[in-house]
Ligand binder design. Sequence first.
Ligand code: CTP
Ligand code: CA
Length: 222
Amino acid sequence: LEACFTPQRLAGVRVLVTAGPTFEPIDPVRGITNRSSGKMGFAIAQAAQRAGAEVTLVAGPVALPTPWGVHRIDVQSAQDMLEAVLPLAPANAVFIATAAVADWRPATCAEQKIKKDGSGATPTLAFTENPDILATVAALPQAPYCVGFAAESEKLADHAQAKRLRKGIPLIVGNLGPATFGQDDNALLLIDEQGQRELPRAPKTELAQQLIDDIALRLKRP
Ligand code: CTP
Ligand code: CA
């Protein structure tokens, strides 16, 4: 019923969303990951679907139900996420990267569980940098309209703006953590070439709808 009252601002538009953390294995039972519940990304996928979009959601490991009417692809690592996203990106008009992608992965993944040897010795991990999914998509010849997220612990506007320019994307959405991680509420700062606009503290579901409305307007008036 709710769909009846939601303006179809993105009718027929294809939207690709990444959400959640990625998980980078150390061995078959261990790994490193980022703090991300996936709530914001899932809310954005749902809001886009309600606005009439055809939504594909590429999700890292999260404990959330699939938003109604959304096509969901589950992945684990950053490399898996890139492999899922890249072939889909050119067919989408919008790419919204909300995922908290692990910046580094263990350089090797042990085939068997690493065992304690009883001496108290600790393993040393070497890391490799993960691919930047958002920057890779933004650099494609048929790049969709790319929206990035920037979770920062300080100097939100400065860091987010620098990130927007570094990744070559038109719009970045900043939020301050870790107080908001896993919560149902958030506050967002939208930063583009023109300047910044704040979406004040509200439930993530409401912010998602406001952001989708904002993106729909941008598509109309590029
Ligand atoms: N992102 C991505 N792939 C990565 C890292 C980040 O797609 N390997 C995306 C995120 O989904 C987000 C944006 O880039 O939309 C910014 O992520 P963030 O971690 O804040 O930026 P980094 O460039 O990784 O910088 P840092 O973590 O050092 O602040
Ligand atoms: Ca990062």
